[in-house]
Design a protein around this ligand. Structure first.
Ligand SMILES: Nc1ncnc2c1ncn2[C@@H]1O[C@H](COP(=O)(O)OP(=O)(O)OP(=O)(O)O)[C@@H](O)[C@H]1O
Ligand SMILES: [Mg+2]
Length: 363
């Protein structure tokens, strides 16, 4: 915070508010040099505060003369303004859609400075999408579970009756029929069990996410053909989290198996971990979130399907039951996390987001 002009006293509380706000805040001096950015703004621009301070506004927001002119007007006339859904090209040649508010700050005996507030819209739109997704898959999962439950009981009766009948039959030829009934009932039973999904309560313990990934790696190395390259790209500084390791292994395994099935005999699979600061999952914002990405270079998922793949019974495979992703999503939801997906041909990313602050309770 040293970069705030010394004549602008900011007490501890104000400082903490700025540091924890989800809106991106920037303070510019009258020459439009950056004096301060908050952590959310660091994330938005992909630049550290140290690097940003002293840079000109035009170096961070490129080629937007109209906006710069309006900001000049704020300095000269003192009227704040807000522009909605501005498309900006920013530092690092990235494009962002933001709501932008600019307010003059007057301090005695100093030149006026500007408070620039940016609200990242894509993330907001994405949060709305994620919320819908969670609500939709919750309803669909309940439906499927209800159905599975209804099928489970008569199925047990059916199998038992076939067994009793088999004992009464002398002819081996007729016993073949009861064998078929029993075998098909067993097949249906295992489908129904998957439809019911994980029923056990999670046994949470303190774990390192990389132990989970190493376990998945060991399992999948055997399943994947030798022409599938598996790259592990871990962030060694990732803190531990409280979670059920078996449930996380199951969730990651479901995603990794899909990736391998999509790539076929050859391809490249990457298991990547990173931590993210100030990240919103659903409605809740967390200070620190673990991001686990499963990236494959397979054919990808068509844009019109990508929103539906987390629903149960949605499959693109002849032999698929369409339950893998919905189970993975519900396991991660139980850990207050979320799985999201982005895909284009040659690059599909399934991203697991897990809050990391449950060690000390949610802050
Ligand atoms: N990495 C991926 N690349 C391409 N398509 C994918 C990928 N992951 C999932 N999909 C698509 O999403 C669908 C749903 O996946 P999901 O794991 O829920 O079911 P499934 O794999 O078809 O069956 P199950 O996992 O129950 O055996 C898949 O059938 C596939 O079409
Ligand atoms: Mg699957």
């Amino acid at each position: 915070m040293n970069s705030i002009p010394s004549s602008t006293p900011i007490d501890l509380m104000q400082r903490r508010i700025m540091e924890n706000m989800s809106a991106s805040i920037m303070v510019l001096d009258a020459e439009f040099s950056v004096r301060y950015i908050n952590p959310a703004c660091e994330m938005l621009f992909g630049i550290s505060r140290k690097k940003a301070c002293g840079k000109k506004w035009e170096q961070l927001v490129i080629d937007n003369e109209a906006l710069t002119e309006r900001m000049q007007g704020v300095i000269t006339q003192g009227h704040p303004f807000t522009e909605r859904e501005l498309k900006l090209e920013v530092y690092g040649h990235r494009f962002l859609t933001v709501d932008c508010s600019v307010t003059p700050l007057y301090e005695p005996a100093t030149e006026p400075s500007l408070l620039v507030e940016l609200q990242y819209m894509e993330r907001q739109l994405q949060i709305n999408r994620e919320e819908n997704l969670i609500a939709q898959s919750h309803v669909a999962r309940e439906l499927v579970r209800g159905l599975a439950h209804e099928v489970k009981n008569p199925l047990g009766g059916l199998r038992g009756a076939a067994q009793l009948l088999e004992r009464e039959l002398d002819s081996e030829e007729l016993q073949e029929y009861t064998q078929i009934i029993i075998a098909e009932a067993d097949r249906l039973q295992s489908l129904v069990d998957r439809m019911l999904g994980p029923t056990a309560l999670p046994h949470k313990e303190r774990i390192n996410i990389h132990q989970v990934l190493e376990r998945v790696y060991a399992l999948i190395k055997v399943e994947a053909g030798s022409d599938i390259e598996i790259v592990r790209n871990y962030d060694p500084s990732m803190p531990e989290l409280i979670a059920d390791p078996d449930q996380l292994i199951q969730a990651v395994l479901n995603l990794v198996r899909n990736a391998i099935q999509a790539m076929g005999t050859d391809g490249r699979l990457e298991l990547r971990t990173r931590s993210k600061r100030q990240f919103t999952i659903g409605q809740q914002r967390y200070k620190l979130v673990a991001m686990i990405e499963i990236i494959d270079n397979g054919p990808g998922i068509p844009a019109d399907k990508v929103d539906r793949i987390f629903l149960p019974m949605i499959t693109g495979k002849a032999e698929g039951s369409g339950l893998g992703l919905s189970i993975a999503q519900s396991l991660i939801n139980r850990h207050n996390g979320l799985i999201e997906c982005s895909s284009k041909p040659g690059k599909t990313i399934f991203r697991i987001l897990l809050p990391l602050e449950n060690l000390n309770g949610n802050e």
